[in-house]
Structures are given as structure tokens and as C-alpha cells.
Design a protein around this ligand. Structure first.
Ligand SMILES: [Fe+2]
Ligand SMILES: [Fe+2]
Length: 331
């Protein structure tokens, strides 16, 4: 028997009675001002996330409301600081076969095949035979990478944090880099810019796990997508060099170093995880366009999902400011 998904997090209003299954995205025990333990929970479904609190039977529910568990929630909704919270009175853990799993994955409003076709067209337009072969060996020849690249998010929470988000982010950057390559010609190498645009975050397909809710993998926590990306470049270049006739000559050492540098330097500063700061124009540009694209997406989604009526959003804690809501975002 399947538990029917009767309520979606985005449509729950203040004072609604809640009785519906959800997927647990996050849960933690906290201590209130009186010293009593309670639980902070984030529930999710394909419409988005909703906060929840559990004030009673905390030890029992703490063992049940664990990340990635499906739970049937009974409770009621209450507005708190302008946000809707569910006060959970009771919950029951559901088995995987008792739910329709597609009801709980964020709905993808993007068409991965269409964006992937754009990516391939940009790669096909590259002039440098070495850089083009490097990207083709990854985005045209490697079925496992392509399959993951078409569905991965670009981050756990900050930007493009939904399925197909990585593909959207990468192609958005590649198009911007294409424009800037022209704008700054002849001083920048268009193909090296594109190598950076396409590869800078690619290792997120292994840094994150995203079968249900998104989290870091062990490889992601221990190594991270910058170094994993540089390792991928190494592996692919070795494989290209071992295929007779694939390249006009062995992959030039300097081009290999520059490709790895652009990936390793893309966070811009050591405190943001880059082992090297950008040391060529292409690395500076890739870093700044990556930063721009991720911020535009993060702020756009924040404004779009803001529940506050009227002209201003609630406080954005990442940016410590309120954002103005243009006509398209007003409820
Ligand atoms: Fe990155
Ligand atoms: Fe990025």
C-alpha cells in the first residue's frame, strides 16, 4: 500500500492541520531556553522544504526522524517569524515501497537533454585539438560521467542546489565565457576559458551524493572537487596519450598545467579552498564568472521562494540583507 501524498510543503498555510508523508532532509536535537530538549527538522517533497519542530517524545522521534527517512507526519502548521513551521505531534517511519519516491525529489524544471546539446555544440566549436579532445573524452565519450552530469546539483544548498543544477551552471558559464573570449580577444585563450568553465565544478558529480537529499561523499569531504577535478584531467590526458592517433602529438605539458591550474584556482582564494590563486587571465575570468553565476542563481532563487508578501524579502542570512522583490516575485 502506498501512503498518498496529500499535502505539499509549499502549499501549507498557517493553522493548517498536517497529515501527509514527507522525506526528512535534516534533523537535530536542540535545547530550549528552559533546558528542555526539542528537535529541529527540515522536511522536503518535490515542492520544496518546510521547517518542523518536535517538542514531545524527543528521544523516540530522534531515532525515527533521521535524514533520508520517509515519515508520515501528523501535526499542525504555525507561522513563526514570517515562516511556516509544522509542529509535529506524531510521526511514523514509512518503508521505501510505501511511497512514490518521485513525489519527494525536487521537481526538475530544466530539460537536461536540451542543455546537454548546447554543451556539446560549444565543445564542438573549440579550435585547440588538445583542449577539445580533453573535453570530448569527458563530455562525449564517458557515459558514466555524462549520466551523472545530466542530473547532479551544483551544490548542497548555496546555489543551483537542485537536479540538473550543475549542467545549468556550467552551460550558463560557458556561454558567458564565449562572449568574454571575444570581448577580450586576442589576450585570452577561448579554449582554455572553456576548459575552465566545463571542468571547474565537474567533480561535484562525485563530491556530492544526490540520490535522495544532497550531501557530501567521503571522497568529497576528504579531497574535494577542485583536486578531484585536477586528478580527472590527469587521468583523461594519460588515456588520450595512450590512444594511437587520437591527438596530433603527445598532450603538451604546458596546456595540461594550465587546464589543471584553472580548475584548482577557481575558488579564487586559499580560504575558499583554492590551493592556488588565479595566476593567468583565464583563471581570473573563470573564477569571477563562476562567482557571478552562483550568486545570481542563489539570490534569484531566494527572491523567488521568499514567502514574505510585498516588496521586500525576509532577511537573507548569507548576505545579511533584505532583497527588493520586483513585480515577478511578488505574491
Ligand atoms: Fe567550485
Ligand atoms: Fe561553479
Amino acid at each position: 500500500m502506498k501512503y498518498p501524498k496529500s499535502q505539499y510543503s509549499r502549499s501549507i498555510q498557517d493553522q493548517d492541520r498536517v497529515s501527509s508523508p514527507f522525506l526528512v532532509k535534516y534533523s537535530a536535537v536542540a535545547t530550549g531556553k528552559t533546558g528542555k530538549a526539542y528537535m529541529n527538522v527540515i522536511l522536503t517533497d518535490k515542492s520544496g522544504d518546510i521547517e518542523a519542530r518536535i517538542f514531545d517524545q524527543v528521544p523516540k522521534f530522534n531515532a525515527q526522524a533521521v535524514k533520508d527517512a520517509y515519515v508520515q507526519v501528523e501535526g499542525h502548521a504555525q507561522s513563526f517569524n514570517g515562516r511556516i513551521q509544522i509542529h509535529i505531534k506524531n510521526l511514523t517511519v514509512l518503508r521505501e515501497d510505501e511511497v512514490e519516491s518521485e513525489e519527494y525529489l525536487p521537481a526538475s524544471f530544466l530539460n537536461p537533454e536540451k542543455i546537454y546539446a548546447e554543451a556539446k555544440a560549444i565543445i564542438a566549436s573549440m579550435q585547440d585539438p588538445y583542449y577539445r579532445a580533453l573535453l570530448e573524452s569527458i563530455f562525449v565519450d564517458d557515459a558514466d560521467i555524462i549520466e551523472r552530469f545530466k542530473r547532479a546539483p551544483a551544490a548542497k544548498s548555496f546555489h543551483h542546489a537542485y537536479p540538473v543544477g550543475l549542467l545549468e551552471h556550467v552551460v550558463s558559464i560557458a556561454k558567458t565565457l564565449d562572449f568574454l573570449a571575444n570581448h577580450y580577444a586576442p589576450y585570452v585563450d577561448r579554449d582554455l576559458l572553456l576548459v575552465g568553465g566545463f571542468l571547474h565544478d565537474l567533480a561535484k558529480i562525485w563530491e556530492l551524493q544526490y540520490e535522495k537529499t544532497t550531501d557530501y561523499t567521503t571522497e568529497g569531504r576528504l579531497i574535494g572537487h577542485l583536486v578531484m577535478g585536477a586528478e580527472l584531467i590527469d587521468r583523461k590526458i594519460r588515456s588520450l596519450d595512450s590512444q594511437p592517433g587520437r591527438l596530433p602529438a603527445p598532450f603538451p605539458v604546458e596546456k595540461a598545467l594550465l587546464a589543471k591550474h584553472v580548475v584548482l584556482a577557481h575558488h579564487g582564494k586559499m580560504e575558499f579552498g583554492s590551493p592556488k590563486e588565479p595566476a593567468c587571465l583565464e583563471a581570473v575570468i573563470v573564477h569571477m564568472i563562476d562567482d557571478l553565476d552562483s550568486k545570481v542563481n542563489a539570490i534569484r532563487v531566494f527572491i523567488e521562494q521568499d514567502p514574505n508578501p510585498g516588496m521586500w524579502t525576509l532577511l537573507n542570512r548569507n548576505y545579511e540583507r533584505f532583497f527588493y522583490k520586483p513585480e515577478w516575485a511578488r505574491k
